[in-house]
Design a protein around this ligand. Structure first.
Ligand code: ZN
Length: 188
């Protein structure tokens, strides 16, 4: 599926989700088994780990449709970049969505600053560029959206596989914002 069709599929799915008209059935044993021998997801989604942001639900998808990376702050780090490289290079996926969300706690931690221990400090370091660009007093929603932009540009700046795929293999990276209060996903 090309990136435009994939994006439209996600938009259509989110429309169903927000209107409580999901039509993806709960998979039965046959449907689960059907996917045993391979996968060809049409979209890669880099999302936050927040329990309220569930991409498979939000886009009304079933098994094998979306390749989802979830990490606090939807950051592009070595692990998420490598996972995305796999999907781009080996699964033929053409759409990459970097999705931030309303009231992201990881972005909040980056805005608040301070010492959160070595692991969270490292995670927050990926979000700092967005905070520094807009300033700590900026609307946090704007910082969250900028953080998605930072992750999106990091995917190409830190990966030859992804940047080459964008340049010459029909891969597209888009950013999005999940509204906790409605479930609606706004694509940039
Ligand atoms: Zn979050």
């Amino acid at each position: 599926m090309n990136w435009k069709d994939a994006l439209q599929r996600l938009k259509d799915g989110n429309e169903k989700f927000t209107s409580a008209k999901r039509d993806t059935a709960v998979p039965d044993a046959a449907e689960i088994k059907r996917h045993t021998d391979g996968q060809s997801p049409y979209a890669i989604i880099l999302s936050c780990a927040d329990s309220r942001v569930a991409p498979e639900l939000a886009f009304d998808t079933g098994i094998g449709e979306v390749f989802v990376l979830r990490v606090a702050g939807n950051v592009a780090n070595t692990s998420t970049i490598a996972s995305i490289e796999y999907a781009v290079a080996h699964l033929g996926t053409k759409l990459i969505v970097v999705m931030g969300h309303q009231s992201c706690g990881a972005v909040g931690a980056a805005v608040a600053g301070g010492d959160n221990g070595p692991n969270l400090n490292k995670l927050v370091s990926y979000i700092q560029p967005a905070v520094e660009k807009l300033g700590k007093d900026a609307d946090v929603a704007d910082i969250i959206k900028e953080n998605a932009n930072v992750s999106a540009s990091t995917l190409t700046s830190q990966s030859d596989i992804i940047s080459n795929a964008v340049a010459s293999d029909g891969v597209k990276i888009v950013t999005a914002y999940y509204n906790l209060d409605s479930g609606k996903v706004d694509f940039a």
